[in-house]
Design a protein around this ligand. Structure first.
Ligand code: GLC
Length: 577
């Protein structure tokens, strides 16, 4: 069998820690709190042992900087400060130090596409008025038709227009700027004005912010909206709704057909790459091991690979994989395309199933139609099949853990945590919910504070029992207390999975596609020098797949009988010889 199959990726060496790193995303608002309803940095620090025991290599923290929290911290007012809700700069330093003690690297979020409207620069820009150097740090323009219409027809990713009139900013009322005729661009919320990356001052400021955090010992940065910083200078009209996934010729993975004919003027412009080259050289001043990872919703994968060329970033989130339907051929295509595209530039592929912007995989996969999923699920929507979703998520994770590259896990995924789908409208906080008048529910359902301890108020999230979003009534089963005592829990499953992945060095293995020979979606992961046994991973989708001959079962995504000889649907099994 080892002679069979088609090689789709050659083994590599661990030349960089991130080549095969398992990176755990912490969403600070919702991970753990030392005080009250909102998570904080001391809360995170107190739970780092848990992450070490889980077996991850690094944590990535979503923003904890000074912010009015109109977009949960992705609206940054002060890039060099910790928001008092999350703690102090000393807490951030202590957290980094503690993580390093435990052997965990720390990646922080950088939000360069926009600031908060509370940022000093934006306040100065409003005050200084049209034509000023201060306004030139952002994307201010005069309106059309004597200022009565926005400069173009772009819409915001969160819904509504992408331009806000200065006079419409709530805190401008009663100030001289209330007579202002200009508009500013906001691809996201109006509280998130887009920066002008044609301005060298903006470049200098971000180089300085990188150094600020590098000086504090961070191991890398996750770059928010990395495909959005540069806009087509003509700012031409764009008739489609602005969606993050618009960027580029997007192949529909079920059919392989392109669905977007043109590149939108706000995404994936060639000019962004010069910025990442600039940042690469800043990071290199701190040695060869600092990571840049791109949040770039760019397809096809070949286009995405441009962000991770030698002198740019090191990794890009694989959203094609995340958005792929639960379908053998679709997944097979995306796995191969991802590896081929990233191999061509020498970058590791990443594998991502969930994050703080999408419906959690354990629920998304329980919907009748799988794929990227809706923007939130609410009490009035058809509910996911929880059992099916959980089972498929585990099968997909087990397949993922056998793939070479870097593997991202979103907090709670390791405990099978589902989406909170019954949140009442009254508690929602996502700006997308408000800007679409509730037609899009938004992302609150994947951001509910984590349950930790059974029998405690707020399930141990905070000492007061407070949680900024309500936890579903049945979440006690997802606490560490409960999952510790159940050998088949998500927590035990993930600990075993990550330990095996590490022990076998699967993240730096070579990969052969043996799906036609074996059935289902089947790959052999092997070491460069055959220094350890080959691993065969087989996933069954709709149809059961017989065990391959000559291989011994090692692990499965659901418990199977000792006598089992067939992989049931929605299941992954690992074999060795
Ligand atoms: C990214 C973040 C998302 C945020 C948006 C605007 O997509 O992941 O949470 O709302 O950028 O900063």
């Amino acid at each position: 069998m080892t002679d069979q199959g088609r090689s789709i990726h050659s083994p590599s060496t661990r030349d960089q820690w991130w080549r095969d790193a398992v990176i755990y995303q912490i969403y600070p608002r919702s991970f753990a709190s030392s005080r009250g309803p909102v998570g904080d940095l001391p809360g995170i620090a107190s739970r780092l042992d848990y992450l070490r025991d889980l077996g991850v290599d690094a944590v990535w923290l979503s923003p904890f900087y000074g912010s009015p929290q109109h977009d949960a911290g992705y609206d940054v007012a002060d890039y060099r400060a910790v928001d008092p809700r999350f703690g102090t700069l000393a807490d951030a330093e202590a957290l980094i130090a503690r993580a390093h003690e435990l052997g965990l690297r720390v990646v922080v979020d950088l939000v360069p596409n926009h600031t908060s409207w509370d940022h000093r620069w934006f306040r100065e820009a409003i005050k200084a008025g049209p034509g000023s150097a201060e306004r030139n740090r952002y994307m201010f323009r005069d309106g059309k038709n004597g200022g009565t219409e926005p400069p173009n027809n772009w819409t915001s990713v969160f819904g509504g227009p992408a331009w806000t009139r200065v006079a419409d900013i709530p805190w401008v009322a009663g100030t001289p700027a209330a007579a202002d005729q200009q508009y500013y661009l906001n691809l996201f919320d109006s509280s998130q004005p887009d920066l002008n990356w044609d301005n060298p001052e903006v470049h200098a400021e971000f180089r300085s912010i990188l150094r600020f955090w590098l000086d504090r010992g961070v191991d890398g940065f996750r770059i928010d909206v990395a495909h959005g910083l540069v806009k087509d200078p003509a700012l031409p009209d764009w008739t489609e709704h602005t969606e993050m996934l618009d960027a580029g010729t997007d192949a529909d993975h079920a059919t392989g057909h392109p669905v977007t004919p043109e590149r939108p003027p706000m995404w994936d412009q060639d000019g962004v790459h010069a910025i990442y080259r600039e940042w690469r050289s800043v990071l290199d001043e701190y040695g060869p091991d600092r990571l840049l990872v791109a949040e770039a919703w760019v397809q096809p994968e070949k286009r995405l690979a441009r962000y991770v060329r030698d002198d740019e970033m090191n990794q890009a989130f694989n959203f094609a994989y995340l958005a792929c339907p639960w379908d053998r051929e679709a997944l097979r295509r995306v796995v191969e395309e991802s590896l081929t595209a990233m191999d061509a530039v020498g970058a590791p592929t990443t594998w991502v199933l969930s994050n703080h912007d999408v419906v959690r995989a354990a629920s998304r996969l329980g919907l009748t139609v799988t794929g990227k999923g809706p923007n939130g699920i609410g009490p009035r929507d058809p509910q996911p099949d929880a059992e099916k979703g959980r089972r498929r998520a585990r099968a997909w994770h087990m397949l993922t853990a056998a793939l070479p590259g870097s593997y991202y896990i979103y907090q709670g995924e390791e405990r099978d945590l589902p989406e909170a789908t019954m949140l009442p409208d009254g508690v929602r906080q996502d700006p997308a919910f408000f800007r679409t008048n509730g037609t899009e529910l938004g992302r609150d359902g994947c951001r509910v504070p984590l349950p930790w301890e059974a029998g405690k108020p707020g399930l141990g999230f905070s000492p007061t029992g407070g949680t900024w979003l309500p936890q579903p009534a049945d979440w006690e089963r997802f606490t560490v207390t409960r999952e510790e005592t159940d050998p088949d829990s998500g927590l035990h499953f993930f600990r075993r999975l990550l330990a095996r992945r590490r022990a076998l060095g699967l993240g730096i293995g070579g990969l052969k596609d043996v799906s036609p020979e074996v059935g289902g979606l089947a790959y052999i992961n092997s070491a460069a020098d055959h220094s350890r046994p080959d691993l065969l991973t087989v996933t069954a989708f709709d149809a059961p797949v017989p065990f391959p001959t000559g291989w011994r079962r090692r692990a499965s995504s659901v418990p199977l009988d000792a006598a089992a000889a067939v992989i049931p649907p929605d299941t992954t099994v690992w074999f060795t010889r």
